[in-house]
Design a protein around this ligand. Structure first.
Ligand code: NCD
Length: 303
């Protein structure tokens, strides 16, 4: 059965390479508009977002339209979820309308995996709790490949709220399949030791300078206050210990790539001068999100 795209953990390096190669064909040439195709004409996709989203939801929507599909976006506040309907009932209702795929974001880790066992419709995970965000890792990989041509052997420092980050987890799964050297950094309360066991050789540190020394890629993460029940660190001091500033960039490789999945909090985890600098690939990530989601939707709907 076609289960869509639920996570990076369970897909092979070869599948990832196929998706990335196809994504490249959807990237616009410099200065050119995005390509439009009719590959998915007559197909319909429901975008179901139970959590806030700007980038991911619009990106999936645009990707579906550029492939010629019909797309309908539903957010939890505008659906009957706010009238007490359970997730299974909402999904069954939507499933009965026979969309060709459902793209979903949910606060519960594992929600798309659970639903994919009951629904005959393929599900694309657009972020489930603190678990995974597969298309984010794919678009991050594409962005690194655009600048470096390979992931093998690169030192990638992932910095911030590792504990609550589905972006970090999906990236760890992907990067470790490709032989990158992964360094995870954050305050001890946001750096669970078990996460270092996902793959051999992952380095964990609470020292930002150590994480960044010699880095080819710095991935900053937002502090996910919405997932923290109690303060994990003194908020006023976060930036001075874990905020990315210009002086850090000098300690990394000269052509270091600075990334962030967004939304960014300027002055909390990243200084404006860094976010807006030549080294920042943040808007390239957003742009690549569309190409990657076109490749993912095509793959899910074509099979
Ligand atoms: C991330 C998410 O929602 O997981 N954002 C995104 O999809 N680009 C990261 C975040 O919210 O901090």
């Amino acid at each position: 059965m076609n289960r869509g795209l639920l996570d990076i953990e369970s897909i092979s390096r070869q599948d990832i390479e196929t998706i990335l190669a196809r994504s490249k064909t959807f990237q616009p040439a410099p200065g050119q508009p995005f390509k439009r195709t009719t590959i998915l004409q007559g197909r319909s996709i429901v975008n179901l977002f139970f959590e806030a989203s700007t980038r991911t939801r619009t990106s999936f929507e645009i990707a579906a339209r550029r492939l010629g599909a019909e797309v309908l976006s539903i957010t939890s506040s505008s659906s009957s979820v706010s009238k007490g309907e359970s997730l299974v009932d909402t999904l069954n209702t939507l499933g009965a309308m026979r969309p060709d795929a459902i793209v979903m974001r949910h606060a519960a880790s594992g929600a798309p995996h659970f639903l994919s066992r009951y629904l005959p419709v393929p599900i694309v995970n657009a972020g489930d709790g603190t678990h995974e965000h597969p298309t984010q890792a794919l678009l991050d990989a594409l962005t690194i490949l655009d600048r470096r041509g390979t992931l093998e052997g690169l030192r990638v420092a992932i910095i911030g709220d590792i504990a609550h980050s589905r972006v970090a987890r999906s990236n760890i799964f992907l990067l470790s399949k490709f032989g990158a050297q992964i360094v995870l950094c954050g305050p001890a309360t946001l750096l669970p030791p078990q996460i270092g066991q996902i793959a051999p050789g992952i380095e964990l540190t609470t020292d930002m300078e150590q994480a960044i020394r010699g880095a080819d890629v710095i991935m900053m993460l937002r502090v996910q206050l919405e997932r923290q029940n109690e303060a994990a660190f003194p908020a006023a001091e976060y930036f001075s210990f874990y905020g990315l500033r210009l002086e850090h960039i000098e300690a990394a490789k000269p052509n270091v790539i600075v990334m962030h999945p967004g939304p960014i909090n300027r002055g909390r985890e990243i200084a404006s001068e860094v976010a807006d600098s030549q080294r920042s690939a943040i808007l390239n990530q957003v742009e690549n999100g569309i190409a990657v989601r076109m490749a993912v939707l095509e793959r899910v709907l074509a099979s």
